[in-house]
Design a binder for this molecule. Sequence first.
Ligand code: FES
Length: 158
Amino acid sequence: MIPETMRQELQDRISSAITNREAAVDVMKALQTHYGWLTDEAVVEAAGLLGLSPLQVEELATFYEMIYRRPVGRYVIHVCDSISCWSMGGESLLRQIAGLLKVTVGATTPDGLFTLLPCCCLGNCGQAPAMMIGNSIYGGVTSLEKATDILHQHRRNT
Ligand code: FES
């Protein structure tokens, strides 16, 4: 269950939206931050806040690839696999990061720190290949050294 202050903030956000659905992503992201992923409990809470059914929230949740319906690591690494990044070595970047972390794509490291996922265009096509960790986007990740540095930065922040 979320704290009352958070509930109030989310209700204020929903009240300021033209329709409840407009606030759905914000509500799901806030609950995801609180729980670590969008748990079944969070889906029910989001539905209650938004005046939607849990099934409607589920439909929205599964549409957005940055909403996680399964447990994820502390940091989720999204490596872009859309056309610009693919043509600039995105596939290789994804493979290299999987190798660095010793996980398969979609998996979480045993220490629970990183989950590795492919994703659609991050809107950073001019600096392909791109990846995102948390709210930070990294472009021009063309070398193993650069990818390693980025991962080390996040390890240091834990
Ligand atoms: S194609 Fe990768 S950021 Fe747009």
